[in-house]
Design a protein around this ligand. Structure first.
Ligand code: 2P0
Length: 333
C-alpha cells in the first residue's frame, strides 16, 4: 500500500467515508519559516531531518471553496481562471485528493483564491494543502483535530503542516517511521509589533521546485552535514528570542539560517541558486541600513523574493527605503 494512504487510513479509522457537506469554503494562511525545513528522512511521507519554526501570514494565504458537481472530473479555478487538466498543478492536487477513501464519489468544482503569488517561493503550496485538508474535513465531516489535519497536510507538502495555525508554529520532526508524531504545534508566544514585509523581486515560476532542490542538496552538498547542527542552534536561539522578545536576536538568527540554507544550495552539484541580482541588491541595502542602526532583517525561501523582518515602530522608515513592500502584521486582530 502507498505509505501516504496508510497514514490516511490510520487517521481516518472510524470516520465518515460519505459526503456530509456538499459545499463549503475554508481558509489557511501561508507561513514563512524563520528556521527552515530542508532535507527529508522520508520523501514519500515528507518527514523532515530537522524541526523547523515558522510564522503564519494572517490574511495572506489560500481560500478553498468547493461544491459537489455532476461531472466525471474535478473542475479547478485559481483566482477565477480555469486550470488545464493536463497542468502539473491540476495533476498534483487531484492525485492528492485521490489518496482519500471514496474519492470518486465526490466530483468537485474547486475555487482557489490565493492572496499571494503562486510558486514564487512565497509558500503558496503550504497554504494550499492546508486548505485542502480543511476542506476535506468539512466535506466528509470528519471533525479531525488540527494536529491530525497537520499530519494530512504534510503528506501534500511538508511545510503545509505549519499552516493550520496562526502565529508562530513549530514543526516537530518526530521519530516514528509512520510520521504520526511529525506535525505542527502552535507556540504560545504572540508579538503584536512583529511585521513581515514581502519584497517581491519576481513572481515567475521557479526554475527548480523546492522538492527537487531539497533532494539534490541532501544528496550532493558537502555542507549538508552541517545543517542539522545549524538548525539545532538556530532553533534554540529563536525559541529564546521569542520568549524574551529579543527582536535583534530573532532577526539575526532567521537571516543567518536563511543564508546558511542558500550557501548550502550553492554547494550542491549542480549548484542551485534562487538568488537574482535584485535579491542581492536588496540584501546589501538591508545590511547598510542595519549598519546605520535600523533593526531590519530578511529571510529568503526557494525563490528570489525576500521577506523583511522588522517591528511596527520602524514601519515608516522601512517603507521609505522599500516603498513597494507588502507589510503583513501576523498578530493583528
Ligand atoms: C520552509 N521551504 O521551511 C522551506 C524553506 C522552502 C525554503 O518548505 O517537498 O514545498 O512539499 O515537502 O514544503 C518548501 O518546501 O516541500 C519549504 P515538500 P515544500 O518553508
Amino acid at each position: 500500500m502507498n505509505p501516504k494512504q496508510k497514514t490516511i487510513d490510520t487517521l481516518l479509522q472510524g470516520r465518515s467515508t460519505t459526503i456530509q457537506n456538499t459545499s463549503g469554503r475554508v481558509y489557511a494562511p501561508a507561513n514563512i519559516a524563520l528556521c527552515k525545513y530542508w532535507g527529508k528522512r522520508d520523501a514519500d511521507l515528507n518527514l523532515p531531518l530537522t524541526p523547523s519554526l515558522s510564522v503564519s501570514l494572517g490574511p495572506k494565504g489560500s481560500y478553498f471553496g468547493f461544491q459537489m458537481i455532476e461531472d466525471k472530473e474535478h473542475q479547478i479555478n485559481v483566482n477565477g481562471i480555469q486550470i488545464e487538466k493536463t497542468s502539473a498543478f491540476y495533476q498534483r492536487l487531484v492525485s492528492f485528493l485521490n489518496l482519500f477513501p471514496n474519492a470518486e464519489q465526490a466530483c468537485l468544482q474547486i475555487d482557489i483564491e490565493s492572496t499571494i503569488p503562486i510558486a514564487a517561493g512565497l509558500a503558496s503550496s503550504a497554504s494550499g494543502f492546508a486548505s485542502v485538508v480543511k476542506a476535506l474535513n468539512e466535506l466528509y465531516g470528519w471533525q479531525l483535530s488540527l494536529q491530525e489535519l497537520s499530519i494530512l497536510a504534510r503528506l501534500g507538502s511538508g511545510s503545509a503542516c505549519r499552516s493550520l495555525w496562526p502565529g508562530f508554529v513549530e514543526w516537530q520532526m518526530g521519530e516514528r517511521a509512520d510520521g504520526l508524531d511529525s506535525h505542527g504545534v502552535s507556540l504560545p508566544e504572540t508579538w503584536p509589533e512583529f511585521r513581515l514585509g514581502l519584497h517581491l523581486i519576481s513572481t515567475q515560476e521557479k526554475s527548480i521546485s523546492s522538492r527537487e532542490a531539497m533532494e539534490i542538496t541532501r544528496k550532493t552538498a558537502r555542507f549538508f552535514k552541517l545543517w542539522p547542527e545549524q538548525v539545532e542552534q538556530d532553533f534554540k536561539a529563536i525559541q529564546n528570542a521569542l520568549s524574551e522578545k529579543d527582536f535583534k536576536a530573532l532577526g539575526q538568527t532567521a537571516e543567518s539560517n536563511a543564508l546558511a540554507l542558500h550557501a548550502m544550495m550553492l554547494n550542491a552539484v549542480p549548484a542551485i541558486s534562487y538568488t537574482q541580482p535584485h535579491t542581492l541588491m536588496a540584501m546589501q541595502k538591508i545590511w547598510a541600513l542595519r549598519a546605520q542602526g535600523l533593526a531590519l532583517y530578511f529571510t529568503q525561501d526557494a525563490g528570489p523574493n525576500l521577506k523583511l523582518l522588522f517591528l511596527e515602530p520602524d514601519r515608516e522608515t522601512v517603507l521609505a527605503h522599500f516603498p513597494e513592500l507588502d507589510v503583513v502584521a501576523p498578530f493583528a486582530e
